[in-house]
Design a protein around this ligand. Structure first.
Ligand code: NAD
Length: 484
């Protein structure tokens, strides 16, 4: 079995303890690879390496940083075929989805490589006083980047791209469920000529590895994507040192269909966003709200289509609609949420259990599930199920639809389907979420800020905002005097 090591100060090394852990294929239960399991002392060594590398890297020209990043992205692109298989083996998503994730990750690095050359401030003259002011955008320091398993490479690229572009160094902790494609992604930067210590990789558990990265004073910025529970803890720890933190947390995206919507478009878009990646996306459709006049037609079409989705091992069926869930505990949450809904009166129109058959017996599969007769008190309507479950409720007026969408502690993504511009704008203004898709089921664009309101997080990634969150702005003010 292949062994993956930690990357500290430009060298691949085993953990000081010699410990390893095994990464399991969630579709088959078979081992994929073994990884060195970092502890506190490895994490401290990685932070020290990033700290030591910072002065030189932060003063490297934007052009040099950009060139290394472009070479790394090109190397990574040349390996996407092989690495998609690795990502599917460790994470479970079908091969076509792994390929898409890795292509997007390469695009993000190229995008921020270009931004590295435009990493400058601005200039203005005094407002009534004879001064010149200019601003410098300076890298914040060592970044602790901690990521989840659902998009392990993509969500890391959102952090590595802007952090390197601005001139930060990093310690990276990928999820223990899926650290392998991440490790290969980072290797491309090393092969591209990134100086030692600029990127360091520690694999291991949230505690003590991630927690050491958060609390150690050598890290000057936390870039975290993961659950709201972990994010709340990180926010409190970071506050003790006034350490800035970007927190991309859980979601419970509403999908609101008004009476004038293009129903076939709405059905196909809801289907993909509710069930792809087995519903394990922070911007997955979690709650569907239908105007009562179109509710029957939408529900019939949506249910029929959900029943036809292909659930399979994504290595054997690259074009499957969904693979397994990541773990038994994730699947158990889905079972509990469905049972809770049924006990409170929901009807199961599709799925509601695991698929039958020997090919599913060792993996964490669950069928695409459609629920109706749902009420706001059900766990599926209030908590993040993070599985392939789509609960459907109806509304009578535009305001009622919007209120139902906002009845959640989360506020990451929302989707609105209507052909009326006024309804679209009215809803987009009032829905409490960091992104709103109008007649589209994705709010992700490299150039646009991505992030959440309420319990979905703090700060934004991607776009210009994503770059700014790795920088300190410095204002330099110069008094102009008449020369003697
Ligand atoms: P998680 O919070 O359990 O783990 C995320 C990462 O944090 C892992 O690497 C984990 O090892 C680490 N971690 C755990 N405890 C820690 C601690 N005390 N200190 C530091 N690090 C710690 O989340 P998960 O189950 O891996 O991921 C699923 C969650 O991520 C879902 O809630 C999902 O909505 C969210 N998510 C959010 C976004 C977004 O952009 N908002 C994107 C993807 C996933």
């Amino acid at each position: 079995m292949k062994q993956y090591e930690l990357l500290i100060n430009g060298r691949y090394v085993p953990a000081q303890s010699g410990e390893t852990f095994t990464v399991i294929n969630p579709a088959t239960g078979e081992p994929v690879a073994a990884c060195a399991q970092a502890g506190v002392s490895d994490t401290q060594a990685a932070l020290q390496a990033a700290h030591d590398a910072f002065p030189a890297w932060s003063r490297t020209s934007g052009r040099s940083r950009s060139e290394i990043m472009h070479v790394a992205a090109a190397l990574f692109r040349s390996r996407i075929g092989e690495l998609s298989r690795l990502l599917t083996a460790e994470q479970g998503k079908p091969l076509k989805d792994s390929n898409k994730e890795l292509q997007f990750s390469a695009d993000v690095i190229d995008y921020y490589a270009e931004e590295a050359r435009r990493n400058f401030g601005m200039h203005f003259e005094g407002d009534g006083v004879p001064t010149h002011s200019f601003t410098m955008r300076q890298p914040i320091g060592v970044v602790a980047a901690i990521t989840p398993w659902n998009f392990p490479v993509d969500l890391l690229s959102w952090k590595v791209g802007p952090a390197l572009a601005v001139g930060c160094t990093m310690v990276i902790k990928p999820p223990s469920e899926a650290p392998l494609a991440v490790s290969e992604f980072i290797r491309c930067f090393i092969e591209a000529g990134l100086p030692s210590g600029v990127l360091n990789l520690v694999m291991g558990p949230g505690r003590p590895v991630g927690s050491e990265m958060v609390t150690n004073p050598l890290s000057r910025k936390i870039a975290f994507t993961g659950s709201t529970t972990t994010g709340l803890w990180i926010a409190q720890e970071a506050a003790k040192q006034l350490k800035p933190a970007t927190l991309e947390l859980g979601g419970s995206a509403p999908f609101v269909v008004f009476k004038d919507a293009d129903l076939d478009l709405a059905v196909s878009q809801a289907l993909r966003r509710a069930f792809s990646h087995a519903g394990q996306i922070c911007i997955s459709v979690n709650r569907i709200f239908l105007h009562e006049s179109i509710s029957k037609e939408f529900t019939d079409k949506f249910t029929a289509a959900a029943r036809k989705l292909k659930v399979a091992n994504g290595l054997e069926f690259p074009d499957a609609d969904l693979g397994p869930m990541i773990s038994e505990s994730g699947r158990q949450t889905v079972r509990e949420h469905v049972s809770d809904a049924v006990a409170k009166g929901a009807r199961v129109l599709a799925g509601g259990h695991e698929p039958q058959g020997v090919e599913f017996s060792k993996g964490y599969f669950y069928l695409p599930t459609v629920l109706t007769n749902v009420t706001p008190d059900m766990r599926v309507m209030q908590e993040e199920t993070f599985g392939p479950v789509a609960p459907i409720a109806t509304f009578k007026t535009v305001d009622e639809g919007i209120d139902m969408a906002n009845n959640s502690p989360y506020g990451l993504a929302a989707y609105v389907f209507t052909n009326d511009l006024n309804t679209a704008m009215y809803a987009a203004e009032r829905i409490q979420s960091g992104g709103v898709g109008i007649n589209i089921n994705d709010i992700t664009d490299i150039r646009a800020p991505f992030g959440g309101m309420k319990q979905s997080g703090m700060g934004r990634e991607l776009g210009q905002q994503g770059l700014d969150s790795y920088a300190e702005w410095k204002h330099v003010r110069v008094l102009m005097k008449k020369p003697e």
